[in-house]
Design a protein around this ligand. Structure first.
Ligand SMILES: [Cu+2]
Length: 447
């Protein structure tokens, strides 16, 4: 029988955290009995407090990677007791820039909401299921060419408070560009390089890979990959809400959704007063025999908190209030959606995007535990029309998981996420080779 989703209930798994905790109490009592001092306990081993990590974090909490193409990404990391990995003070410095260009004050997961199709289970993995505590130790082989950093896990297993669980590495992504210059008959091509930063966190039978990918051209991809195992407890052959897994039609793995939220606090050029713009284009029918269909793009300046939905020909960007590129254009980052199945079952999952005015207690898109009582606890309630001076962006990406035979065993990683892409952050392609650096705007052939 599937368990009921009782408040405060934990997802069933092999070793419960409560069991580990009681084992640890036993250990520390034994240590006291042996005359050990409490200074030897896990609290004393804590290398740094989270608050001391950023901005201007110490070396242990700094990630700085100069990619072979000349672009440097810098950031601070810390580890939150619910959100897990948090990246702060993220900046980008392509080869032509003399200083780092600040992009984000903070980037983190905002919730992983997992409702089952039968209505009997509904999990809030970040705030209710010890996502952060179940940080997994990485094998050297799963951080190829990189470094695995040690993370002090808040409220983690006292027997293993430090987990080698944060991988930073680089990876090639194929062509960054290719161009055959027919005047010189030269082929310009470059292979793109990315910085990757990731952790693996176990929740129930699942393991979530939280991956941040920083490209040398300024694009950032954030993705969550679900792997591990299908939930052993969630098979229901009777109600028609699952898919037969295993021989015949006996065991039906219950279908469910993974609704992942990210919370991005932009700090473009060091200012939090980012402006938000929405663009919509309308394509007309052909106007006559000679003229084809036309498209007209309109910009809407968004000055108040809002809930937004993707639509074809619609996009948003966050515009710097402080900086311009060398062409005199305001720097901005565009939000690039990933594939999503928006889950309409809960008020906070009804929209693809929420932009809210910064409030330091609003950290999780649902079941937010950090505000005072009486403060609404989900992002849809915060997007109430207040004027935006320091916008915070919440992106909701849903995946409806109807299991398949191939999901066992282990389950292949299924990814969901989105990207942010620079728009006018630099005056040209940040990877432009020297020979082509003059080809900006309506250039003419050099004789
Ligand atoms: Cu799933």
């Amino acid at each position: 029988m599937p368990e009921k989703n009782l408040p405060g209930g934990a997802r069933p798994r092999a070793v419960s955290r409560a069991a580990r905790k009681s084992a640890a109490v036993g250990l520390s009592l034994a240590a006291l009995a042996a005359g050990a001092t409490t200074a030897a306990g896990p609290a004393a081993a804590r290398p740094q407090t989270a608050a001391a990590a950023a901005p201007g974090c110490s070396a242990a909490y700094r990630i700085e990677q100069k990619l072979s193409s000349g672009t440097t990404w810098r950031m601070c990391w810390r580890y939150d007791s619910k959100a897990g990995l948090v990246l702060e003070d993220v900046s980008y410095q392509p080869k032509g820039e003399t200083k780092p260009i600040k992009v984000l004050n903070s980037a983190r997961l905002g919730q992983i909401h997992v409702p089952y199709d039968d209505g009997k289970h509904e999990w809030s993995d970040l705030t209710g299921q010890d996502f952060a505590q179940e940080l997994q130790e990485l094998q050297p082989g799963e951080c190829p060419g990189g470094t695995i950093k040690t993370v002090k896990v808040p409220d983690g297993d006292p027997r293993h408070p430090n987990v080698k669980g944060l991988c930073t590495t680089t990876r090639s992504r194929g062509h960054a560009y290719r161009m055959h210059d027919f005047q010189s008959d030269k082929v310009y091509q470059q292979q793109g390089k990315d910085l990757l930063v990731y952790t693996v966190n176990q929740v129930g039978w699942y393991e979530y890979i939280t991956e941040w990918r920083f490209q040398d051209d300024g694009t950032v991809h954030m993705n969550v990959g679900a792997t591990g195992s299908l939930s052993w407890d969630d098979y229901n052959a009777q109600d028609g809400r699952g898919w037969p897994i295993g021989k015949g039609a006996r065991d039906y793995s219950t279908s469910h959704s993974h609704n992942v939220f990210w919370r991005l606090d932009f700090g473009l050029d060091g200012s939090s007063r980012t402006k938000v713009e929405q663009y919509d284009s309308k394509v007309s029918a052909p106007t006559g025999r000679q003229e084809g269909p036309t498209a007209k793009t309109t910009r809407t300046k968004v000055t108040k908190e809002f809930a937004g939905d993707y639509r074809t020909y619609r996009w948003w960007r966050m515009v710097s209030a402080a900086g311009k590129n060398k062409d005199g254009h305001a720097r901005s980052y565009e939000l690039v959606p990933g594939p999503t199945t928006k889950y309409p079952g809960r008020s906070f999952t009804k929209h693809d995007l929420y932009v809210t005015e910064y409030n330091k207690c609003e950290l999780f898109a649902s079941h937010n535990p950090t505000c005072t009582s009486g403060h609404p606890n989900s992002v849809d309630k915060w997007a109430g029309g207040q004027a935006l001076t320091h916008p915070v962006v919440w992106v909701n990406v849903g995946f409806h998981h109807i299991a398949r035979d191939e999901d066992q065993q282990p389950m292949p990683v299924h990814w969901q996420g989105f990207s942010i892409a620079p728009r006018d952050v630099t005056a040209m392609n940040p990877l432009t080779p020297k020979d082509l650096a003059w080809q900006n705007g309506h250039w003419e052939w050099r004789s």
